[in-house]
Structures are given as structure tokens and as C-alpha cells.
Design a protein around this ligand. Sequence first.
Ligand code: MN
Length: 226
Amino acid sequence: MPNLSVAAPTVPIEGREQPFPVRRIFCVGRNYAEHAREMGGAPDREPPFFFAKPADAVVAATAEIAIPPRTANLHHEIELVVALGSGGRNIPRDAAIETVFGYAVGNDLTRRDLQAEAKAAGRPWDMAKGFDYSAIISPIRPAAEVGHPANARIWLSVNGELRQEGDIADMIWPVADIIAELSTYVELKAGDLIYTGTPAGVGRIVAGDLVEGGVDGIGTIANRFV
Ligand code: MN
């Protein structure tokens, strides 16, 4: 018999002993106009869309991370992450924010070369987005303590050089809209994480890089790649 005791992935909650159990990881594509343009899209005509990563893709904000296999173009995407404390189906927009337990900052690591191949061939993005250790996340800050931020600077630097900078106020679809829309596709539940999209300036990470980022008032990440 194989050993069937598999530990559920968790994320620390700032100031609490009990961690946040991760159920599913959803991600929003193209939620900042400038990033949609840099990826060759037209933000006015293309509503954001969703993809997923496995729950055990989560990796700590201070972890040393090996450059993943099968890519020559690993990219960073700094994002506000929403952690759900409840859920539902077809959640009304004006009730959506009540499902949020807290917020974190994440880096939606992407094998950009595999993503480009998948796009060109009309194939799924799973191997471009949902690989091991592809969902960097900071400790979660409960909304009971930080509220529901509508504006906050979001930024990422590589070896001290600023690469991405924006404001979460510039999201095409704000958090409540994302939750409401996503809940029309799937039933959301406590433990779900939603990566809400990245501002412009995505770029390559190579071995040796120190990738730091944050959302002001929410948290920071600092990962060395090897
Ligand atoms: Mn992303």
C-alpha cells in the first residue's frame, strides 16, 4: 500500500497559530489594462478570464525556489491574493466582499514560453501556469484587521531594480466583481485563493535573482531563485 496520508497545503495567517487551509487556487488573466496590452490583448474588448493552479503549488514568501524545469523563460507576476472564508454559487456582487477572509500578496510564476506555445496551438495553460511551487504567497492578513483595501501600491523588483508597479485600484475587475463572476462558473468555498491579476512589467527570472514585491499595507515577498 502507498502511504495515503497526504498533508493538505496551508498558508500562514499573520498573528494566528492556525494556518489557512488551501482548497483551490484560481487566477484571473489580464486584469490590468497595461498588462493586457503588453500581452498583445485589447483590455476594452476582452473581459478577464480564469485559470487554476493545484492547491499544493503554494510556496512561502521567503522560500528559496529552484528555477522550474521545461522553461527558458520563467516570468514573475506580482498580484493581490484574496483568501475566501466562505463562498457560494452565483454570489451577488454586493454580497461578494463578505466571503473574503483576508488578503495576501502573491507571485503567479509563469513558464511564459510554454504559455506562448499553448496559446499558439490552442492548448490548455496548465503546464505553463500550474506547475510545482508556482504560487508564491505571503502570510494572509485577515480583513477583520486590514479591511478591504480599494487602493494600494503593488510592486515587484528583481535584484533591487523595480520591474512592476501599479495600484490595485487599476484592476479592470475589482475583487467583488471577480468573486461574483467566478462563482457563476464554480461553487466557491472557504479555503479558496484567488490571484487577481498582475500590472504591467512582467519579465524573466533567472537563477541567482532575488525577487521582492508587495502590496502596501498587506504584505511582502522576497524569494531567491536558484
Ligand atoms: Mn497572473
